[in-house]
Unconditional design. Structure first.
Ligand code: SAM
Length: 293
């Protein structure tokens, strides 16, 4: 069972998301438990303020550290325990963060950490999220996802309470809610028992192919066999499972080479992804289907 706590100032955005489709099923099966928390519950003033103007001036607002760190510590436990250490005990306490002489945080891991979850801040400045990262997170027992808003989060809250930052791509959204949903779905579907057919995980895009290269999945078809003059490749209707498997492998390699040479081939000479729009996987009726390697 993976537990995911989400911290947001817009809890309503998650209402249907966590109940419908794959997450609803994951919850019913007891594979994933998701709880959405309103950050304003940790604000201490009567206006439930969670943001303030930036030091040094500039546009917009910044998320205040106090409610964020209090909320994260309530959900995940304290990462380190500087406040438990008196000045005299600091040198003997091996689990806290101290300011170094230049005012930067210096992290000290140790047995006194009360952290029992991995805390992730969604941030355009984080590590770019991918399938391998989703697989790692699916093996965690407890995640806390923090959704930023405004111009971002006070750096001290990040230094004190966040374990890692994740970006879903090189573009800026208004908040971390959609990135959090992307992470939740990518992770939850990898947990054993969530998907009805676990085989689909083995064949889909970004799996490791032969030589451990990542591959995109090839084209997919369903009935009817012919649609507006486009026919399903003969081999898929042949009933020859060996031939179908080989065809799919070839198509996966061909598509990866064409659209994402950076993933599938070390000799591609380019790290730019192709858009793949010129590729024609479905052939006109009577056209001979061949694999273009
Ligand atoms: N001022 C910030 C900067 O320039 O890096 C951008 C802040 S953005 C408007 C507000 C929040 O949206 C961020 O704190 C983050 O939580 C979320 N966010 C925006 N784009 C994101 C992305 N590509 N990946 C993950 N989170 C993102």
């Amino acid at each position: 069972m993976l537990r995911i706590d989400v911290l947001t100032i817009f809890p309503g955005l998650f209402e249907t998301f966590v109940q419908e489709s794959i997450l609803g099923i994951a919850h019913e099966k007891g594979c994933v438990e998701i709880a959405i928390h309103d950050l304003r519950n940790w604000a201490t003033d009567r206006h439930r303020t969670v943001d303030d103007t930036p030091y040094g001036g500039g546009p917009g607002m910044v998320m205040k550290p106090e409610p964020l760190v209090a909320a994260i510590e309530a959900l995940a436990g304290a990462q380190a325990a500087p406040r438990e250490c008196s000045e005299d005990l600091r040198d003997s306490c091996d689990s806290h963060k101290l300011h170094d002489s230049e005012g930067r945080f210096e992290e000290r891991e140790g047995p006194k950490s009360q952290r029992h979850a991995k805390v992730i801040l969604l941030s355009p400045q984080g590590k770019k999220f991918d399938q391998a990262h989703a697989e790692c997170l699916s093996r965690e027992a407890h995640l806390v996802l923090v959704c930023g808003r405004y111009e971002g989060v006070d750096q001290r809250a990040i230094d004190l309470a966040v374990d890692e930052e994740i970006s879903i791509g090189d573009y800026v959204l208004c908040g971390g809610e959609i990135p959090a949903m992307a992470v939740i779905e990518a992770v939850a579907r990898l947990i054993p028992g969530v998907l009805g057919n676990a085989e689909s995980l083995e064949t889909e895009s970004f799996r490791s192919g032969p030589s451990r290269l990542l591959l995109l999945e090839g084209p997919q078809y369903t009935r009817p066999a012919e649609f507006r003059g486009l026919v399903v490749p003969e081999v898929l209707r042949s009933g020859d499972h060996g031939a179908i498997r080989r065809w799919r492998e070839e198509e996966a390699r061909r598509r990866t080479k064409e659209r994402r040479p950076d993933l599938g081939s070390s000799d591609s000479g380019s790290s730019e992804a192709g858009h793949g729009k010129n590729e024609k996987s479905t052939r006109r009726k009577n056209e001979v289907f061949t694999i273009n390697e």
